[in-house]
Design a protein. Sequence first.
Length: 326
Amino acid sequence: MNGPRDADRAVTGISVADVYALDVDAAQRIYVETFGFDTVADLPGSRPAEGWLTVGHPANPSLQLRLTRPGGRLSPVLRTGLEHALSIAKHASLGLVTTDMDRSHRALTEAGVRFLQEPVRRAPDVSRDFRRQLGEVEALITDGCGNLHILIEPGTLSDDREKWPAIPAAGAHPAALGGVFMLDLFVADVDEAVMFYRDVLGFEVGADEVSANGENRWVTIHHPAHPEVQACLLVPNAWFDDLHAVGLRAALGRHEMPGWGLTTDDCRRAYEELSAAGVEFVAPPATTVVPMQAGLRPPLGAWEAAFRDGVGNVHYLVEPFAAPAR
């Protein structure tokens, strides 16, 4: 089954993704001052843990990262698992891209960023398709707030470069980061996730690789309108610390893992189309002209709805506010 045609897509991209941190203020400083992101919104909520702080990278103008503590909106078992993973700096979160790994390594090291894996070139036996999708040089860093990020440099061969979306220049920022190239999405089943995101939401599959020992599978998807941002579909497995995995599996099993903000041109039409395709909505479209209930966060768009992806996540479907007339 093929995904929807471009003109028929109910979802037009990923607009918001959560990045958890035990100290949100420290996270903001690191992402802005060290990684070169900009603060997009910084609004207090009715409770400290529920404020709305988002950052974005100039290379990814359509994507915001919400920096948030594992707060009361999460189930106790998921909150405990996330807090534990963050405390040991082992919560898999983002992929960041650089066009100059040597420069980024020097600048980030000087800024105090810890490299859990120094930059290494992919082994010769790694498939060419994998390198095209996920870069030629890789390092692992921690953001200092509990998250583990992969940092990659794309391949240098011309045909590899052609497979990569254009990466905007990093400008004058010393870290030389070209933005976010990957988000992690935890799912209960990779094959079912691929069918849903490809066949229902219209995403495309990038890499689909199995590790040499057969224990891990690496599958990425991306929206065709934004191929520069991929999502890695992850099943909590033996790599994850036990307490972390228990929390993730519990949330996925209850279909309550907080997901993304996904944009749409028409929330009500998308609701009808996705409902007809069998998608379960937990909140039908509602106008957000009135502030969100309890003031926990500002509205993401003029209309919003929420739905389950069938593999454990709940996403917001967001129709952006109309641009002001000139």
